[in-house]
Ligand binder design. Structure first.
Ligand code: ADP
Ligand code: MG
Length: 255
């Protein structure tokens, strides 16, 4: 199967008054339609920079990103970006928050709001549509943020440590929940996380980056025996520990 996106030899440096910081160097990998890829690496290595480049917010210094859409078109996929903090606006109702992107992009069509309403029902947020974000639990806020992201019908979801503001137990539940919901949409996703267990439980493939400047140290395909199809139970899968140990060894190794 062809890759939806193909990154080839991507490099990027920041230039400031204090000099040059080479953030990423010669990164190449592909991502297939519908695939979940997790990117892990030490803090400050260049993960967010990489996502910003894929999102088109930063122009790579070297390298290219090729697009192969299933319909043969070369259009860059529409990007949905979810960050660490959900940034729901307290002065807007939950509904007004989830349609914010549509409003800004002048896309408040019947079709789009119909889709938003369907997601609100499916994600059990319909009864909270007129509440303020402050009245929602952490998990519900994250679901609302996901609906806001999906409302624009992105072809590619980029998640930058989206669960790291949550406490550990909430995080386990919410990451499993949100990723199952995204899986059900069939969308392609790249998630940055520094949590190896999270990466293994969520992704089809884990890409380990080196310390700065980030290079690809290894790509590990993940295949877990899922019990009851639950992401939480996947952490008890027999293969889990061996994946964890492999990734950990790669992460801490000096090449
Ligand atoms: P990560 O997301 O892996 O923690 P980042 O991609 O945010 O890492 O940053 C990679 C490196 O680039 C870091 O050393 C950071 O200090 C530097 N950096 C990030 N953004 C900027 C910027 N706007 N200007 C200068 N340096 C930056
Ligand atoms: Mg980051």
């Amino acid at each position: 199967m062809q890759n939806l996106l193909e990154l080839k030899n991507i490099s990027y440096s920041y230039h400031t008054l204090h000099g040059e910081t080479i953030a990423i160097k010669d990164i190449s990998f592909g991502i297939r339609e519908g695939e979940f890829v997790a990117v892990v690496g030490p803090s400050g290595c260049g993960k967010s920079t990489l996502l910003s480049i894929i999102a088109g917010l930063l122009e790579p210094e070297h390298g290219t990103i090729a697009v192969n859409n299933p319909d043969g078109s070369l259009a860059y996929p529409r990007i949905g970006y979810m960050l660490q903090h959900d940034y729901l606006f307290e002065w807007r109702s939950v509904y007004k928050n989830v349609i914010l992107g549509l409003e800004i992009n002048h896309m408040l069509t019947e079709e789009r709001t119909g889709y938003v309403n369907k997601l609100l029902k499916e994600y059990d947020l319909d009864k909270f549509r007129d509440k303020r974000p402050g009245e929602l639990s952490g998990g519900m806020k994250q679901r609302a943020a996901l609906i806001r992201t999906l409302a624009l019908d992105p072809g590619l979801l980029l998640l930058d440590e989206p669960f790291s503001a949550l406490d550990y137990q909430t995080r386990l539940m919410v990451s499993a929940d949100i990723c199952s919901l995204i899986r059900a949409t069939g969308k392609t996703m790249i998630i940055v996380t520094h949590d190896l267990s999270e990466a293994i439980s969520i992704a089809d493939r884990v890409i380990v980056l080196s310390g700065r400047p980030a290079r690809v140290k290894c790509e590990l395909p993940i295949k877990l025996t899922l019990k009851d199809n639950s992401l939480l139970a996947s952490r008890n899968a027999p293969e889990f520990n061996s994946y964890f140990n492999t990734l950990w060894e790669v992460l801490i190794s000096d090449e």
